[in-house]
Design a protein around this ligand. Structure first.
Ligand code: NAD
Ligand code: GLY
Length: 367
């Protein structure tokens, strides 16, 4: 299918949106000398898709072997990272050995951080298998793990050398996971591309139903938008921060609930609603955008309200926001459809923002 490129000078790389893993081994042989290749995955994804990856590697002369980490956000932590790094070292990994992250955002972030830190950096290839990972986490080089203090507080910017999104993987993805990925797709429309947002409204039913053509289109467009943003601001010194729309509130909900209890994408959906409400209250954007956002989220099966969470837990979680400096948090708010700007929020304004998290569930965050 199509190749997109993240332009970052010597760290530039292709994002390939493909039907399946045929051709992956060939693409790797253009980048790495055939030899060992470590595929990091989890048991759920390995059962479904590891065979195809290993066959493709074998066909191109690579000796692919797998290392599995238990499934789930609760395992995206320092303990899993430590076990992975030590396993790679004990198995004699060498500087040029590619690490392939096969799975969703949890696997990509964890395996990416292991690749970034083992031997001061092993070549990384992202093989995203969830919609969320295809449209967001596999592209852009943010890798890391959670701690009890909050989400993704230990990590690095470490770009992959290739991203290979095999759309056929989405056929095995549960509906709620597909919806979670659509939250990040919708986010990109709200903050960066009004025409894309309109097109998402037109195709909402096909996307919600898991139509492969509609999903491939959404992945391609999302990667195009994200690649452009990351190409302008790799290390989030400025514009890249708009990608955090919905995440100040979303991360606070995720951490307050306990990592792994609520889906990241679902929390971002609720976060976008709360942050858009604040943008409307500040007079930054017309309330029609909020109405359209809520309608679109509901049409694709996403929640717009959170389960009841203690206010103190939300506030505590927001205290550890990476974007906080001297008590001030920089939050992106939409200022028109397809455009967001950054705003500096004082602690009391962050509290007000968190008070916008509606606490009664009309649509469940969990299935
Ligand atoms: P996930 O990786 O936990 O995957 C969700 C579930 O789907 C898991 O149970 C997984 O085993 C399963 N799964 C994966 N692929 C499958 C497939 N093809 N078929 C069937 N089941 C499959 O969650 P996620 O939503 O992909 O990622 C969320 C994580 O991504 C969070 O940790 C979040 O912080 C991170 N994230 C990172 C970035 C970044 O820029 N690095 C951006 C957004 C999110
Ligand atoms: N997911 C936000 C970013 O990549 O910057």
């Amino acid at each position: 299918m199509d190749a997109l490129r993240v332009e970052l000078g010597e760290r530039s790389y292709d994002v390939r949106v493909e039907r399946d893993f045929d051709g992956l081994g060939q693409a790797l042989s253009a980048r790495f000398r055939p030899g060992p290749a470590w595929v990091i995955s989890n048991p759920v994804v390995a059962d479904l898709h590891l065979g195809a990856v290993l066959a493709s590697l074998r066909g191109a002369g690579f000796a692919g072997r797998a290392l599995l980490v238990p499934d789930g956000e609760a395992h995206k932590n320092l303990e899993s990272w430590s076990r992975l790094v030590q396993a790679l070292l004990s198995l004699g990994v060498e500087r040029g050995t590619p690490i392939l992250a096969l799975g969703g955002g949890v696997t990509g972030d964890l395996a990416g951080f292991a690749a970034a830190t083992t031997l001061r950096g092993l070549p990384l290839v992202q093989l995203p298998t969830t919609l969320l990972a295809m449209v967001d986490s596999a592209v852009g080089g943010k890798v890391g793990v959670n701690t009890v203090y909050g989400k993704n507080l230990v990590g690095a910017f470490y770009q992959p050398q290739l991203v290979w999104a095999a759309i056929s993987c989405l056929a095995t993805l549960p509906r709620v996971e597909r919806a979670a990925g659509l939250a990040e797709v919708i986010k990109l429309g709200v903050i960066a591309d009004a025409a894309f947002f309109c097109a998402l409204e037109e195709r909402a039913s096909a996307l919600a139903a898991g139509d492969p053509g509609a999903l491939a289109w959404a992945v391609r467009e999302s990667c195009r938008i994200k690649a452009a943003v990351v190409g302008q601001d790799e290390r989030e010194g400025g514009r890249r921060a708009i990608l955090n729309f919905g995440h100040t509130v979303g991360h606070a909900i995720e951490t307050a609930a306990g990592h792994g209890r609520l889906r990241h994408g679902a929390c971002v959906a609720v976060g976008m609603v709360a942050e858009c409400q604040e943008a409307v209250a500040r007079g930054l954007v017309d309330s029609s955008l909020l109405d359209r956002l809520v309608a679109l989220l509901l049409r694709v099966g996403l929640p717009t309200v959170a389960p009841p969470l203690p206010r103190a837990a939300l506030l505590d979680a927001s205290m550890m926001d990476k974007k906080r400096a001297h008590g001030i948090v920089h939050v992106p708010f939409p200022v028109q459809p397809g455009l967001a700007e950054m705003f500096a929020l004082m602690p009391q304004e962050v509290e007000r923002l968190l008070d916008r998290v509606p606490g009664t569930a009309a649509a469940p965050l969990e299935d």
